[in-house]
Design a protein around this ligand. Structure first.
Ligand code: GRF
Length: 192
């Protein structure tokens, strides 16, 4: 099963997938890693692992639709079975989704539908929930919406900050993403 992973940040979740493929526990080929901006940790990790990478810099496009088309072509060139958004901080449009129908996976560091958007960890902490977690879903054109494949709970500790909570969530998020990809690679539904 071939995947392209899209990142915007440090790529620590991507690194967990790279490591799982390298140790043989995940029968997946990471065909490429793409970013919406230059200088991401995710692309650096890909290069260190000898994985192809590309950048479709959002700021180089005046028109969002043009950026989406460029991203679609850059991803399609690698002929992925699934595209995985892992810390990718852009919302793709229907043109992109139509090229990869029901094949665009997203991970989110909260128990959707609670706390969607770019600050799910901060919002959950601010709300005062005692349990949050992470979600893997098939993304649609909305913000962190689409059919949920898997979720995992993470307790919120009294002394948690956004950073400490997010790091603990990421541990579960990496496990969940790898389990979901493993299920899909085995012909399953991805429900972990
Ligand atoms: C993940 O928690 C992801 O769900 C969120 O940002 C984080 C990405 O972290 N959107 P990293 O770039 O994989 O370290």
């Amino acid at each position: 099963m071939r995947i392209v992973v899209l990142v915007s940040g440090s790529g620590s979740n991507l690194q967990a997938v790279i490591d799982a493929v390298a140790d043989g526990s995940l029968p997946v080929t990471i065909a490429a890693v793409g970013a919406d901006r230059p200088g991401t940790g995710g692309v650096e990790r890909a290069r260190n692992a000898g994985i192809a990478s590309f950048e479709v810099d959002f700021r180089q496009y005046d028109d969002r639709a043009d950026w989406n088309r460029a991203l679609t072509e850059a991803v399609a060139a690698y002929e992925p079975d699934y595209v995985v958004s892992s810390g990718f901080m852009r919302i793709v449009d229907q043109h992109f989704l139509d090229r990869f129908p029901n094949r665009y996976l997203n991970t989110h560091p909260a128990l959707l539908p609670s706390f969607p958007g770019a600050h799910g960890v901060r919002d959950a902490l601010a709300y005062g929930v005692k349990v949050t977690g992470c979600t893997v879903m098939i993304a649609d054109a909305g913000v962190d919406t689409g059919p949920i494949l898997a979720q995992a709970p993470v307790a919120v500790l009294p002394e948690d900050t956004e950073e400490t909570l997010h790091e603990r969530i990421k541990v579960e998020e990496r496990r969940l993403l790898i389990a979901t990809l493993g299920s899909l690679a085995a012909g399953g539904t991805g429900a972990a």
